[in-house]
Design a protein around this ligand. Structure first.
Ligand code: MN
Length: 453
């Protein structure tokens, strides 16, 4: 990849005058890293260039691209942040500084004693604060980690495993929480490849062996849908959706824990339909459900009830030919952009264009999280609660006023009461879910409306 390609891509969405700082940053990085090589043998500057390329794909602003090009300059070249600032200005320097500081945080396994745990808790706290200050720093670190994962072969076996483990435990869930699907699945698949090489290869060959059959099914389905949409005058783009290796692995694990066999190609059939408007989304679901029988409970309306990270779409699954389960995601092109790029999509708006009005709403969970964790003084408590909140599966429930609350999977009405207010938790004597009385150890489900008595 050359620098000119980066500029070419940036020009697609940034005005030319914004690109000067990116060029200055590159020339600076080129000089600073001169003579340095990576373990893989390539010139060092190739690494920051690749990091910037990932971020240009997410259509981030010029300051983020410049900071990505300079992100290893303080650590690797002994150049101070104030020197960086003198050259490219305060905004870029601040991002470089944030990325450098975040890079120094280390995540050790929690079983290495109390001191290590305290250190890890402190690091998590620092990361949360950095995120709340400027999310662009986190985007740079995610892209940095992605390129390091892609070039992991140059490191020793032990280092590879350590980095892959950390990526799967910290970085991939972070990408998930920020809604950046495009980075999340790549981080997961790469981690999985190094942590479980045998299982990884097994799934790759499983997918390959059944490719022909799967593709012929997908082609048939797409043909049927296109004809039907055309007949009804619905403008929709239909495409096959690749399933990612780690998500297939997770599904296989789930099956085997339920005593079922996963040798069913059909679980890999997935489609995506893109349309222009929200009403078209619902029309498409109607068409699909009238062609094939929907699988009960597989329909999710994330348009009316978006996930807190901003994700919106309709999900359904139907039985094709009566026996073949087929998963379909339906969304507008705008929703699609946000689904792929998550909170990073906020920065793609050109000057003068309306800003993303829901951005503040979407990062509100983050601010709330920090507020919430300020109450904890003990490092151990803090560590446990942050890990639960960021890195464990969530359920999303509502207050009677329709306010959304996210809780860790397995949470009960009592946890909900404490999340709303400590006092409410203390005084809670019972709870209603969706209007019905439930025991206080009831396990909350997505979309439940919870009323505390
Ligand atoms: Mn780096």
């Amino acid at each position: 990849m050359s620098f000119s390609e980066l500029i070419l891509k940036a020009k697609e969405y940034l005005p030319p005058e914004k690109l000067a700082v990116v060029e200055e940053a590159y020339n600076f990085a080129l000089k600073a890293h001169e003579g340095q090589v990576r373990k893989s043998g390539e010139p060092y500057v190739e690494h920051p260039l690749q990091v910037a390329l990932t971020l240009v794909e997410l259509q981030l602003d010029a300051s983020t691209l410049a900071a990505a090009l300079l992100h290893d300059v303080p650590e690797n070249c002994g150049i101070s942040v104030s020197e960086v600032e003198a050259l490219v200005g305060a905004e870029v320097a601040k991002l470089v500084d944030g990325a450098t500081k975040m890079g120094r945080l280390s995540w050790q396994a929690p079983d290495k004693g109390a001191v290590a745990r305290q250190q890890q808790a402190e690091n998590l706290r620092k990361m949360l604060v950095a995120m709340a200050e400027d999310l662009r720093v986190v985007f740079i670190k995610l892209a940095d980690r992605l390129h390091n994962m892609r070039t992991l072969d140059a490191l020793s076996l032990e280092r590879r495993r350590g980095i892959a483990q950390e990526t799967l435990e910290i970085y991939a869930p972070l990408a998930h929480r920020l809604g950046i699907w495009e980075l999340k699945w790549q981080l997961e698949d790469l981690s999985f490849r190094y942590l479980e090489p045998r299982k990884y290869r097994q799934i790759v060959s499983l997918i390959a062996a059944r490719r022909a059959q799967r593709e012929s099914f997908i082609t048939q389905v797409i043909q049927i849908l296109r004809t039907e949409f055309e007949r009804l005058g619905l403008k929709a783009e239909v495409s096959g959706r690749p399933k990612h290796i780690y998500s297939i692995y997770r599904k296989m694990e789930k099956y085997s824990s339920q005593g079922k066999q996963f040798d069913d190609i059909h679980d890999l059939l997935a489609l995506r339909v893109l349309v222009s408007t929200v009403p078209d989304c619902y029309s498409v679901v109607g068409v699909i459900h009238s062609l094939w029988r929907p699988i009960p409970e597989a329909f999710d309306d994330f348009i009316a009830n978006p996930k807190p990270n901003g994700y919106q779409a309709l999900h359904t699954a139907v039985m094709y030919l009566g026996t073949v389960p087929l998963e379909v995601q339906i969304r507008t092109r705008e929703m699609h952009h946000i689904a792929e790029y998550g909170l990073a999509a906020h920065w793609r708006y050109k000057e003068g264009e309306p800003k993303d009005m829901h951005f503040e709403e979407r990062i509100a969970w983050l601010r709330q999280l920090i507020e919430w964790h300020r109450e904890f003084t003990g490092a151990e408590d803090f560590l446990e609660s942050v890990k639960t909140d960021i890195f464990i599966d969530q359920v999303f429930v509502y207050t009677p006023k329709g306010e959304i609350k996210d809780l860790p999977k397995g949470a009960t009405p009592l946890d909900f009461a404490y999340r709303v207010h400590t006092e409410l938790g203390h005084r809670c004597i019972g709870a209603k879910v969706n209007g019905k009385l439930v025991p206080l150890n009831y396990e909350l489900k997505n979309g439940d409306i919870v009323e505390i008595m």
